[in-house]
Design a protein around this ligand. Sequence first.
Ligand code: ARG
Ligand code: ZN
Length: 882
Amino acid sequence: QTIYRKDYTPPSYWVDTVEMGFDLDPEATHVATRMTLRRNPDSPNRNLVLVGESLRLEQLRMNGKDLSKRQYALGRGTLEIFNPPDNVTLEIETVTHPAMNTSLMGLYVSNGNFFTQCEAEGFRKITYFPDRPDVMAKYTVMLRADKEKYPVLLSNGNLIEQGDIGDGRHYAVWEDPFKKPSYLFALVAGKLVCQEETYTLKSGREVLLQVWVEDGNLDKTQHAMDSLKNSIRWDEERFGLELDLDRFMIVAVSDFNMGAMENKGLNIFNTKFVLANPRIATDTDYAGIESVVGHEYFHNWTGNRVTCRDWFQLSLKEGLTVFRDQEFSADLIGTDSGRAVKRIEDVRVLRQAQFPEDAGPMAHPVRPDSYVEINNFYTVTIYEKGAEVVRMYQTLLGRDGFRKGMDLYFERHDGQAVECDDFRAAMADANGRDLKQFELWYSQAGTPRLKVDTEYDADAQTYAVTLTQSCPPTPGQAEKQPFHIPVAIGLLDARGKDMPLRLEGEQQDEAPATMVLELTEATQTFRFKQVTERPVPSVLRGFSAPVVLDIAYTDDELAFLMANDSDAFNRWEAGQRLAMRRMLALTGAVQNNQALSDAELEEGTLNDAFRAALNDEALDPAFRELALTLPSETVVAEQMDVIDPHAIHAVRRFLRRSLASSLRGDWMVAYQANRTPGTYSPDAIAAGKRALKNLALSYIVENDDADAHHLAQTQYDNANNMTDRIAALTALANSSAPGRADALNSFYEEFEQEALVVDKWFALQAMSRTTDVAAVRALMKHPAFTLKNPNRARSLIFSFCNGNPSQFHAVDGSGYQFWAEQVIALNAINPQVAARLARTLDRWRKYAPALQEKMHAALKKVAATKELSKDVLEVITKSISN
Ligand code: ARG
Ligand code: ZN
């Protein structure tokens, strides 16, 4: 059933303290909980409702007495106590089965060790509790377990006591000094080892930092530790926020549904976002670790100290914390061009994943109005669009204004569970601004379109920019009101230089090169004066708002912007537009059965513009790599009224081959110039060089000749780091090189013991263009494959279904049948992971009727499955009906 935001009511009881005792046993863990509760005078409800899931209730006592059967009711997932007194002490004993828990929510076992995941609603799988984020309590936790099997016992906060209890068992008591919602509870127990360091905060206080991993992985923790120290320093410097505990722990676990979790003082991470050394991790992995370590650390303030009133407010902490981790990574690179590269990468994610979500059946506002299963709402809209919404405050208020808003937010709400509106109010009040209309970014789904029309008046020397906004309908929202959109704009003169900007009717002290126009109406005209020549406009600089920009440029203007814009984001954007235009035109040609000839490309603007960018030594290699990467098949698909995955694939490949042959010499020069000999370092400069070099390699290998094969094979054989290794292997896998099979086999043998590398091995094959459904089925039979481990399932199944569109959309529908089988199989193991995979057919209505029909059949097959989790059911139902 559906839960609505408008139905929020405060809890009938507050919980002040929680004491828990765990007798850890994989088969049956006994959990004894004592909590003190106090009636909430603001609640109309007399009864106390606790929630619990997959629990055996062993004992229930209130204020020292067993409850009689008439005093409570045990329903489906609830425990309701009738009309308790105002002050209550509850004692509850429950039993759970961690070893059988494949959902990876609540308490579970991974590789013989115990872990928990309580966000959003996992705590209820541990004990009966008012498991909602606005109920905040102080926790004391005692863990008891076999000392040999589980030498390490961890929970939130500070370790206050530990010792032996006979029978080969031991115990540890942890106390968290801060009130927290139950979703931030965590425990870890098992055979683990740690890298630890003491770190001195700016204030002079010393804290203990630990990174816990399985034995044998201590050679892979340094980067996570460095990232943690960088995060602590950054939050002090940029936001004046200090670590509030004496001890901060990160634990890596190989079975994990998501990336990581910000449990107070005890962050639990997917191994993918902790373990790294040059042998096993790529530059992308290093960057991912840095940002996820940052993300979880930053949650300590934005999420933990100030948390969410209810799960509809999820973006309050997630959007804000993603924004913070994006800024952290950008600041660590430090240079303007490095910041721009980071910005482009983030926007690419938004367009690749969030724009389609916003246009599909699961579209929802940043602050949703309803959900069936909250786990389905840990989405790119809540996270990435949420981060864009936070970024717009900073664009509108400036960095200092944003900081003032943050300061006021903490001054007002530290220790509270609040709403998105409270954040907006803090931003508005701290800056004396009215941000009422800005709420629409939280309440309206869909990606706004922004149309730009311009008019130059040579006599009056004015340049009029008319901005018109609209927003397509989304499920449940037919009509939209105009948003408050910050539009950063610059005007380029014929030499490609920024013109000074002066708005008519404004008092300006100076004439800046970039101005933020505030569009609040459906349409508005901004008139610039003293414009001495017809400019080329550079609109939405830095991607100042999450919108689709509709602006008419000629090919020459795009090439001009790509070569000259002072805004690096828009330089990249111009190249992408140029490429997109060509790709869409060629797709049309393919659909009309026209042959694609190299000739039509080679005299094209695209070719010249790409060559110029590739050879422009003034540009960072990292930027050039982004500029020379064609829009992905998914991004092109979103531009078509009817998606034709086969035509798109053919065109992208054709274009890559054309660029490969026409720029072959230039690619070779770039390849040689961007080698990074010597000791590996994951820093942005070196990583950027490798990125460009490996892009060059991938283009060169498009030629699929002996020289290209030799280049890839040589790089594969000689690489001293995983980035170069995997790039060469990917190139070989997508070629007809004679060494292809040998390389794949030897790679597996070499890294058999490294689960994260085996994931890469599956993923690169899943996404290789010759891999069809049959090949994926064969890979599933490999002894290293299992559906139970989410990383492994993602590496093969998800990589194929989401990352290999032309094979997945095989015209016979075999890809869809495969998808349905895997959703059904995963549903029985892990509903959360299954529901993610279920999202793959979201956009089925956008395809040609023949494919649509087969997708619909697959959707119906899943829908007809018995015992479908509500996670999967919600996704499938919405996909079919919207
Ligand atoms: N709060 C975590 C993060 O943003 C995500 C946890 C989500 N977990 C889940 N089971 N839905 O890092
Ligand atoms: Zn988060």
